[in-house]
Design a protein around this ligand. Structure first.
Ligand SMILES: *[C@@H]1O[C@H](CO)[C@@H](O)[C@H](O)[C@H]1NC(C)=O
Ligand SMILES: *[C@@H]1O[C@H](CO)[C@@H](O)[C@H](O)[C@H]1NC(C)=O
Length: 196
C-alpha cells in the first residue's frame, strides 16, 4: 500500500492506460486530481482493497475514458463509500462490488460491454438497491451483458422499467440466485435481439 496524496499535482498529457491497485489516497480530491491530470485517459483499472482507501465518494469523471475496471472490496469502515460515474464515451465497464453503499451513474450512451458482480449479502440499504437498479437502467444500449450474483429483487425491478428494452443486447450471461422461471422468461422478453 502506498500513499498517493502527495503526488496529486501532476500532468500526464499522453497517458492512456492507468492501473491503480491498493492505494490509499489523501482524500477524495487527490483521486480527482489524478484523473484531471490525465486528459486523454482511455483505460482505468482501479482495485480498492485492504482497509479502504480514504475515499468517501469515488468520482470517475472523464470525457475520454473508454474502459473502466473497478474492484471494490475493502473492510468497511465507518465511511459509507459511494461511487459516481460520469463517463459519456465509456464502452467497456467491468465492476466487482462488495462494499459501496451508493451508486450514482450518469447516462452511458456508448457502453457496449458490461460485466457486473454485486454482493448483496447482509449489508444493503434501499439506496444501494436503487443505485444498482438505476445503473442497470443506464446501460440499456449494451451488446454484451454479464451479471453475476444478481438477486431477483434487483434484476426484476431494473427490468421492470417500462422503457427498459435491451434493443442492442446480443450476448447475455446471467447468474441469479433463486429466480423463478417465469421471471426469467419475462426478462428475456426485454431482449428482442438476443443471439447467445
Ligand atoms: C466477468 O466478471 C467475472 C467476475 O469478475 C469474471 O469471472 C468473468 O471472467 C468476466 N467476464 C468476462 C467476459 O470478462
Ligand atoms: C442501439 O440501438 C439503437 C436503436 O435501437 C441504435 O440507434 C443505436 O445505434 C444502437 N447502438 C449501438 C451501439 O449499436
Amino acid at each position: 500500500m502506498s500513499f498517493f496524496g502527495f503526488l496529486c499535482q501532476f500532468f500526464l498529457p499522453s497517458l492512456k492506460v492507468l492501473h491503480l491497485h491498493s492505494l490509499t489516497f489523501l482524500d477524495d480530491d487527490s483521486f480527482q486530481n489524478i484523473l484531471s491530470g490525465c486528459p486523454v485517459l482511455e483505460e482505468l483499472d482501479i482495485q480498492r482493497i485492504n482497509q479502504g482507501d480514504n475515499i468517501k465518494t469515488l468520482c470517475i469523471c472523464s470525457s475520454t475514458l473508454k474502459k473502466l475496471c473497478m474492484y471494490n472490496s475493502f473492510c468497511v469502515t465507518r465511511l459509507q463509500p459511494s461511487v459516481v460515474i460520469k463517463a459519456p464515451v465509456l464502452e467497456i465497464f467491468q465492476l466487482n462490488d462488495f462494499v459501496s453503499s451508493v451508486f450514482n451513474v450518469d447516462e452511458l450512451p456508448s457502453l457496449v460491454k458490461a460485466n457486473f458482480t454485486f454482493y448483496f449479502e447482509n449489508r444493503r440499504s434501499e439506496d444501494y438497491y436503487n443505485g444498482v437498479v438505476g445503473m442497470l437502467g443506464k446501460i440499456s444500449n449494451v451488446q454484451h451483458l454479464e451479471l453475476s450474483n444478481g438477486i431477483p429483487k434487483v434484476v426484476t425491478e431494473a427490468f421492470d422499467y417500462n422503457t427498459l428494452l435491451f434493443h442492442n443486447l446480443t450476448h447475455l450471461r446471467l447468474q441469479i440466485c433463486n429466480i423463478h422461471w417465469s421471471i426469467l422468461l419475462d426478462l428475456l422478453g426485454h431482449m428482442p435481439n438476443l443471439k447467445v
